[in-house]
Design a protein around this ligand. Structure first.
Ligand SMILES: [Zn+2]
Length: 426
């Protein structure tokens, strides 16, 4: 039986020998413009990934998000799942990547859907977020096979839709329908672009809500005869500014969220509108309605109930001081924070692999925003889930998005070594 060192070296050499194929596959994926919204060319991209997985020895299944309103004839939501079992079914590692991308936007100097490779970089919308990660996952598993190693356990790889819009027809759908859950997999790695030496162990929570104040319309020349909903919203915003924001800034999480500012609880006002505009022209009346949308990111230590109660208290206090004020609070979206358990084998394995491949220690981080980890954990029940993949986080969603070829090759090696390790023992 060959030594472990020999196996590892064989796998690393195989990834190096496959480098141009991994880069080419990333470019091919970029050339399928899977723009979300509205969700273009999902079927084509699912087939491209599925065909490659089949070539690499996977059993492939396509899972359309039947029953979801976003799954339409014009924009079908098609996910793909591949499974390759070793001598046994378990342990199993699932690698999940979303193949939807945000719109290209302005400011590009290269074709966003050209997949250009120049000076060691692959350019295009989705290059780092996260088509390179999908290519890396596929070729990590393939390198093990080409090195002639039969795994003890299984590898699953899925390509999913709609992460950029919540992932409900994508990772959440697979988790709910038994394709991405603890019944089949022990570990999950999501190769999102978080920098090649960082392991992401979770994200903060989201409480997205709308506040509407309601007044009474009247002639603008006699404001004393009506009730201005905008003035009342102003009182709420003033209290947010004076009381809430300083309180949020004073709270910090023990979870290693990056960048530093996101270690604290935050609140952003996404938008505000009021009055009675008609075709963009404001009527000369007292504003009888005003709406504002708020984006509160809460910490694991705060929890959703406390975050919401704090908002309700603020609104109640303001209304108590202002007897004519009427308001509604409406929840738009709630995402609970997730955190990979301390001492999780998926983290320690990736730490060892990063050290081996890059020759430096990995850093644990958590994401300021949310991604598909929540679905894998809360719906799929796979607690041992992290994000680790090629690419620089700051380049995601930017013009001239790119992923370094060296990052891609290194991340593929790290993923391959961790697949090898995590499927070896229960
Ligand atoms: Zn992403």
């Amino acid at each position: 039986m060959p030594s472990v060192v020999t196996l590892v070296d064989r796998v690393l050499a195989t990834v190096d020998a496959s480098a141009s194929e991994i880069v080419d596959f990333t470019s091919e994926l970029i050339r399928v413009p899977t723009v979300n919204p509205p969700g273009e060319a999902y079927d084509d991209c699912a087939r491209l990934i599925g065909d490659r997985l089949a070539t690499c020895g996977f059993d492939v299944e396509y899972v359309a998000a039947e029953g979801m309103t976003e799954h339409t004839a014009a924009h079908p939501r098609v996910n793909v799942v591949g499974r390759r079992r070793g001598r046994a079914l378990r342990p199993a590692v699932h690698l999940n990547g979303h193949f939807d991308v945000v719109p290209a936007g302005e400011g590009w100097t290269h074709d966003p859907f050209g997949g250009l490779v120049r000076d060691g970089r692959i350019y295009g919308r989705g290059a780092c977020d996260m088509k390179a990660g999908i290519a890396g996952a596929v070729y990590a598993a393939e390198a093990i096979r080409r090195a002639g190693i039969e795994l003890h356990g299984s590898v699953e790889i899925s390509g999913t839709v709609d992460e950029e819009s919540g992932g409900f027809a994508g990772a959440a759908y697979l988790a709910r329908h038994g394709r991405l859950n603890a019944k089949h997999a022990d570990y999950c790695i999501i190769p999102e672009p978080l920098n090649v030496d960082r392991i992401c162990v979770g994200h903060r929570g989201v409480y997205w809500f709308e506040v509407t104040t309601r007044g009474r319309i009247g002639h603008g020349s006699m404001p004393f005869l009506g009730v201005s909903a905008i003035e009342h919203m102003g009182l709420i915003l003033d209290r947010v500014h004076r009381d809430l924001l300083p309180a949020l800034r004073s709270r910090a999480t023990a979870v290693p969220v990056v960048p530093d500012g996101a270690r604290h609880a935050t609140l952003n006002i996404n938008g505000i509108s009021g009055g009675q505009p008609v075709d963009g022209i404001q009527t000369p009346c007292i504003a009888d309605v005003c709406r504002a949308v708020f984006d509160r990111r809460f910490l694991l230590e705060e929890g959703f109930d406390a975050a919401k109660a704090e908002i309700q208290d603020l609104l109640n206090t303001t209304a108590t001081e202002t007897p004519t004020m009427r308001y509604d609070l409406r929840d738009l979206m709630v995402v609970h924070p997730v955190r990979t358990p301390q001492g999780s084998p998926v983290v320690s394995s990736l730490e060892r692999s990063v050290q081996k491949v890059l020759g430096r220690p990995a850093t644990q981080v958590a994401s300021p925003g949310t991604y598909d980890h929540k679905h894998v954990d809360r719906i799929g029940g796979i607690r041992d889930c992290v994000a680790y993949g090629p690419g620089i986080l700051d380049l995601a969603h930017q013009p001239d998005e790119w992923c370094g070829v060296d990052d891609l090759v290194n991340a593929t090696k790290v993923l391959a070594l961790s697949i090898l390790e995590l499927t070896a023992t229960v």
